[in-house]
Design a protein around this ligand. Structure first.
Ligand SMILES: [Zn+2]
Length: 72
């Protein structure tokens, strides 16, 4: 799976969490759960394959800001 696709999944899951939080009631708790899941996805999907750190934003030349190696 490409990094762009992974980012799209994370954005959509985040949006879903936001919608549920906004609706209130018991859905607030569901929204919080999904929000935490989203954070987990960020950690799981957007890690640098070289140093293993979670990388939300790459440098403009698509290298990891921690180890400087090319990620894509
Ligand atoms: Zn790295």
């Amino acid at each position: 799976m490409k990094r762009k696709h992974k980012q799209m999944i994370i954005i959509w899951v985040g949006l879903l969490a936001g919608i549920l939080l906004f609706r209130g009631g018991w859905m607030t708790y569901a929204g919080l759960g999904i929000f935490l899941l989203d954070l987990g996805l960020v950690w799981l999907l957007l890690r640098c394959p070289h140093c293993g750190k979670p990388v939300r934003e790459l440098r403009p030349d698509k290298t990891c800001p921690y180890c400087g190696k090319k990620v894509e």
